[in-house]
Design a binder for this molecule. Sequence first.
Ligand code: OFO
Length: 167
Amino acid sequence: MISKKLEEALNEQIREEFYSASYYLSISAWASSQDYNGTASFFMIQVQEEVGHAMKMFNFLFDVESRAIVPALDQPPADFDGLEDAFQKTLKHEKYITGRIHKLVALAREENDYAMENFLQWFVTEQVEEEANMNKVLAQIKMIGGDARAVFMLDRELGQRQAFGGE
Ligand code: OFO
């Protein structure tokens, strides 16, 4: 059993993870509409990862005899100003999520909940990977500038990417 405070905080994070999934689904839909089909598929993998993150937390709450709540979600943005904008916003969002995970760890520590703290370590590592992956793509986008052929190649490369190793 975890404290009420931790249960609420983890339920809030479940909402954030599902929101991340819907945000990235929206980027994927936008990318498809712009014929960036590789990017669309890249973000579909992200969607699956985010649902995986939410479900990990969801199941953990039941493991510790607490209650997970299915959240209501805000509408994510639907339009982006190009690939750089989409990836910039993704990186910014991931940094926000990292900050939230770190606050959750601090809260688990404050509450002397070692099981929860240990559970959250997976997410601490995952966030390092998520930010690194987005930084890598952004660096490539900046490198190629507006070169249409290079953008085409990058989009194709993004489409070949499989799951990042996270869940
Ligand atoms: Fe769940 O890591 Fe991204 O948001």
